[in-house]
Design a protein around this ligand. Structure first.
Ligand code: AHM
Ligand code: MG
Length: 338
């Protein structure tokens, strides 16, 4: 039986509209379209071990059909729903070198552009570990009625209207934030709908989990090394002991820390000073979500959401999590600077 006390994603976003009498409903539609793409990706992720979807692009499966890698499939699904919808003027994706401007009569009238990483943590697909989709939505700065432009995408993260992620895990969840709050919806497989399961998510101020790739330890700067060292030495008296958790799927790592309290770090290394993660569709959306939930996100020197982007695929060091853990990290980084 369906529990009628639980709102679906569509019902929830439509209810939110009541708070804004002048709202056009475009954002609700956009979220519904992303939810639809997520459901399609979810179906394929769940059977990834059964069908030959892990192979390389361009190979053929046993039915003689061309195999699409799952990340290409996810990318195509997102582009498909957003292009056919009427709320999005163009997209930027980790899978595409350049932005895709939809440039048709309806899309040119759309208020929003969307950036996404269609399948983050894709190296985990073939070993059955959680992966995710990350998205970021901006109101365009170019005039309505014209094709969108690169400037619409190169806005600082603080200008995001909404951001979210889907985690394909032990259950599939869609979490999204607007300035008004962060809410999580679990996919109910019986009715095929995302249903509100985590209302008004708040990131705990303290936590006991730190997430970092220890394999790179000797490539981090001394501030980061000293902080990691301090995490390992925490005792009951100093708020510990801490536990180290690193899945290698940022969506799952940050999702867990958002709910339980914790810190996630992908610092720069001596060989890659800007780290690995991409500002526009990996760091910015998570920084927005976690800040709305009461946490913090920086690149070690500056608030992530204040960085003025210059390139679609630029990378940046990334530190994100519970407010007090971030404050302690910052004190180590600061000490080592002077
Ligand atoms: P991807 O976009 O190629 O999947 O890479 C991003 C992922 C993150 O989800 C994860 O936190 C990180 O890469 C793990 O990288 P590493 O194996 O270097 O620790
Ligand atoms: Mg990624």
């Amino acid at each position: 039986m369906i529990n009628r006390n639980i709102l679906t994603l569509d019902e929830f976003t439509l209810q939110q509209l009541r708070n804004f009498p002048k709202a056009t409903g475009e954002l609700s539609r956009l979220l519904r379209e992303i939810g639809l793409a997520a459901k399609r990706v979810n179906v394929e992720v769940n059977k990834a071990g059964l069908v030959d979807i892990l192979g390389d692009e361009g190979t053929t499966n046993v039915q003689g059909e061309e195999v699409k890698k799952l990340d290409v499939f996810a990318n195509n699904q997102l582009i498909g729903v957003l292009k056919h919808g009427i709320s999005c003027a163009g997209i930027g994706s980790e899978e595409l070198d350049d932005i895709e401007i939809f440039d048709d009569e309806l899309s040119n009238q759309s208020k929003y552009v969307c950036l996404f990483d269609p399948l983050d943590g894709s190296s985990n697909i073939d070993v059955n570990v959680s992966i995710g989709t990350i998205f970021s939505i901006y109101r365009r700065v170019s005039p309505l009625g014209t094709p969108c432009t690169k400037e619409d995408f190169l806005q600082p993260g603080r200008k995001q209207v909404a951001a979210g992620y889907i985690v394909y895990g032990s259950s599939t969840m869609l979490v999204y934030a607007t300035r008004r709050g962060v809410n999580g919806f679990t996919l109910d497989p019986q009715i095929g709908e995302f249903s509100l399961s985590h209302a008004n998510i708040q990131c705990p101020k303290d936590g006991k989990i730190y997430s970092v790739n220890h394999g790179n330890f000797f490539l981090y700067n001394s501030g980061v090394k000293k902080y990691i060292d301090a995490c390992q030495k925490k005792t009951k008296e100093t708020g510990g002991p801490y536990t180290q958790r690193y899945i290698g799927s940022m969506v799952s790592d940050v999702h867990r820390n958002l709910i339980k309290g914790g810190i996630f770090m992908y610092p720069g290394t001596t060989d890659k000073p800007n780290g690995k993660l991409r500002l526009l569709y990996e760091c910015n959306p998570f920084a927005f979500i976690v800040e709305v939930a009461g946490g913090k996100a920086t690149n070690g020197e500056q608030r992530i959401l204040d960085i003025e982007p210059t390139e679609l695929h630029q990378r940046c060091p990334f530190f994100i999590g519970s407010e007090n853990m971030m404050a302690e990290l910052e004190s180590y980084l600061e000490k080592e600077k002077s």
